[in-house]
Design a binder for this molecule. Structure first.
Ligand code: ADP
Ligand code: MG
Length: 240
């Protein structure tokens, strides 16, 4: 049985069809990569799954619940976590306080939220920085903070929007290791990622988008040989 089913979701902004009849499934514990050029509709897809945008048509089902049109906090509470491509931590708040915002999705008890937030910070390797203000963290640390905030909601499915985007090359392997560790705990993940090496290394399946449409849904090995994916995104320079 699928954990997540996306069926025919469509979203138009003005004249732009950001998502066009997108359908795919994610099984419990699966790690699915999402690739595609800028503007292909990847972040919009996350917005539609997590309730930050409402689809014009189509359906999103999570764990047997039709969550289409639900508010973000309800979907989060049911077990879908996400990170945002554009980081927006509360700069004046500490790392711990930022992550507690996520933890309050699952509890209203302050001590419990604090403990859950601390666990999430330790999980991402930021335990030592719990009392640091978010504005004092490096870009890589802010990515980890965003991940901790999402983890503190205790998701069963976690959506990561370009978690390695904009961080220096030295920081990437640590973030990848972290994603693999999370996957090893049984968490299902959908990972938007531009780095094809990373996609090839971690994904069990890859969904490729172009102009809001799914152009391929296949194993990483098949994806890099797919003519449409090569033409739309990879170009001829990609070599395994
Ligand atoms: N809130 C919005 N309002 C208007 N247009 C949007 C909005 N969100 C996304 N778009 C447009 O939808 C298209 C897909 O964007 P996006 O989902 O961010 O793509 P990606 O994440 O693949 O780069 C783009 O043309 C973008 O400008
Ligand atoms: Mg995006």
């Amino acid at each position: 049985m699928s954990l997540l089913s996306v069926t025919g979701i469509t979203k138009t902004f003005g004249g732009v069809m950001a998502n066009r009849e997108i359908s795919f499934d994610v099984k419990p514990g699966e790690l699915v990569g999402v690739i595609g050029p800028n503007g292909a509709g990847k972040s919009t897809l996350f917005d539609l799954i997590t309730g930050f945008q409402r689809p014009d048509a189509g359906r999103v089902t999570f764990d047997g619940h039709d969550v289409t049109g639900w508010r973000p906090d309800r979907i989060s509470h049911l077990g879908v976590g996400r990170t945002f491509q554009k980081l927006k931590p509360f700069a004046g708040m500490t790392a711990l306080e930022n992550v507690m915002v996520g933890a309050f999705q699952k509890t209203s008890d302050v001590a419990e939220a604090r403990a859950a937030a601390m666990t999430a910070l330790e999980q991402v390797g930021l335990g030592e920085r719990a009392e640091a203000h978010a504005r004092g963290l490096s870009t890589g640390q802010r990515k980890r903070l965003e991940l901790a905030r999402a983890l503190a909601t205790r998701p069963r499915l976690l959506l990561l929007d370009e978690v390695t985007g904009g961080v220096d090359q030295a920081t990437v392997p640590g973030l990848i290791r972290l994603v693999r560790e999370l996957h090893a705990t049984g968490l299902a993940l959908i990972v938007i990622e531009h780095n094809m090496r990373v996609i090839m290394e971690i994904s069990e399946r890859v969904v490729a988008l172009q102009l809001g449409q799914v152009i391929a849904d296949a194993s990483p090995a098949e994806i890099v040989r797919d003519r449409r994916v090569i033409d739309a995104y990879l170009g001829e320079t990609w070599r395994e």
